[in-house]
Design a protein around this ligand. Structure first.
Ligand SMILES: Nc1ncnc2c1ncn2[C@@H]1O[C@H](COP(=O)(O)OP(=O)(O)OP(=O)(O)O)[C@@H](O)[C@H]1O
Ligand code: SF4
Ligand SMILES: [Mg+2]
Length: 349
């Protein structure tokens, strides 16, 4: 594949809809002193070129562990993948040779973390760090690498890139540092970007700017984007579809607008009710009662049952499968699934 930065050309654009990544029945556990924590317990999701999947869920639901497993930075003690497949363009990365896996994970899939300051090296200039990609991977000279770093900084709209290329990470604001992280992710021209809470540390206005930039670049290159967040508000405008996670499982999937309009799982319903709304100013904000479960002691049946207002006896004994959701007329609703015994009542009731 040609590189936009190397040749000053547009990169090969992927065709929208090309399947990129499919996670199938993934299980990851941690062996701790107190027992086995099943952090990821049968996760399925997929993302195609040009598509944005938002992965949503409270702290500890397994969002990051799933992402880190995809990136290959987790399958080592105490973490262990016990089951499942991670298909990149149809090929299972868990079965690839080390060399193949490195190539895919290093170049085709890039990750952006929440904390840009700790991801960047404080004693090296941002230009040096951005240029390193080209020196190491493409044998660029120092001057060439610097020129490419400036180009990338321009691309993510860092003002006065030429003057700032020799500055150090701490000399940039949080929002600008996150743009540098995006530039780094883009430098190898990946097919897929996984952004784990990329804007959580930023104030609301800067969050929106960074999110808009990500969405714009994604559309330009037709990349796939997995956006991990615990904030439903952040993803409403940029995501195509949502996967909601609870205690290591996907509990609901849906196209983003369908999920907002009519959730099919009580947990999602609770999350939506807890978003602050302008027309509710002054009123107390709703919060789902209780706390997410300890993964060493996940409740039997539906893991959400102790916190669910509509739980029945069945919920306490039988784990609900991820059901295909249908409309009132019985017709399947595309992309909609819910792991709730009462999904019909929740959706149509
Ligand atoms: N290194 C580890 N050792 C033991 N358990 C771990 C380790 N890393 C993660 N876990 C377990 O996996 C669970 C899921 O963690 P994960 O980081 O995926 O949550 P998350 O959904 O990303 O939450 P957050 O919103 O706080 O980032 C944690 O609650 C923890 O019990
Ligand atoms: S399965 Fe039962 S406990 Fe779980 S979310 Fe549905 S109604 Fe609530
Ligand atoms: Mg996380």
């Amino acid at each position: 594949m040609t590189t936009v930065i190397e040749n000053n050309q547009q990169p090969d654009r992927l065709e929208v809809g090309t399947p990129l990544l499919e996670v199938k029945d993934l299980h990851v556990e941690f062996h701790t002193r107190d027992g086995i924590a099943k952090a990821v317990n049968g996760v399925n999701y997929s993302v195609a070129a040009g598509e944005t999947l938002a992965v949503l869920g409270e702290s500890g639901s397994g969002k990051s562990v799933t992402a880190q497993t995809i990136m290959g930075i987790l399958d080592m003690p105490p973490g262990k993948v016990t089951q499942g497949e991670i298909l990149y363009r149809g090929q299972d990365m868990l079965k690839m040779s080390n060399e193949e896996r490195r190539r895919v994970r290093g170049r085709k899939i890039a990750m952006i973390f929440q904390d840009a300051l700790s991801a960047l090296n404080p004693v090296l200039s941002v230009g040096y760090q951005l240029g390193e990609m080209f020196r190491v991977h493409q044998g660029a000279s120092r001057a060439e690498a610097k020129a490419k770093a400036i180009e990338l900084m321009d691309r993510v709209r860092i003002p006065a890139a030429k003057q700032r290329v020799n500055d150090y990470p701490h000399q940039f604001s949080g929002g600008m540092r996150q743009r540098i992280m995006i530039a780094m992710a883009l430098s190898l021209q990946p097919d897929l970007i996984i952004a784990d809470e990329p804007t959580t540390a930023l104030d609301v206005t800067v969050q929106a700017q960074v999110m808009d930039l990500l969405a714009e670049l994604q559309a330009e290159y037709n990349m796939g984007l997995i956006l991990i967040t615990h904030d439903l508000g952040v993803v409403a405008d940029v995501a195509d579809k949502i996967a909601v996670m609870y205690a290591g499982r996907i509990v609901e999937t849906a196209p983003v607008h369908d999920l907002y309009a009519k959730p099919a799982h009580p947990y999602t319903k609770g999350l939506l009710r807890s978003i602050p709304r302008l027309d509710q100013k002054g009123q107390e904000l709703y919060a789902i009662k209780g706390l997410p479960p300890n993964l060493l002691k996940v409740p039997t049946g539906c893991a959400f049952n102790p916190r669910c207002d509509v739980a029945t006896d069945l919920c306490r004994t039988e784990t609900p499968a991820l059901h295909q959701v249908t409309g009132k007329d019985g017709v399947e609703l595309t992309g909609r699934r819910s792991a709730c015994h009462l999904w019909k009542e929740t959706l149509h009731g």
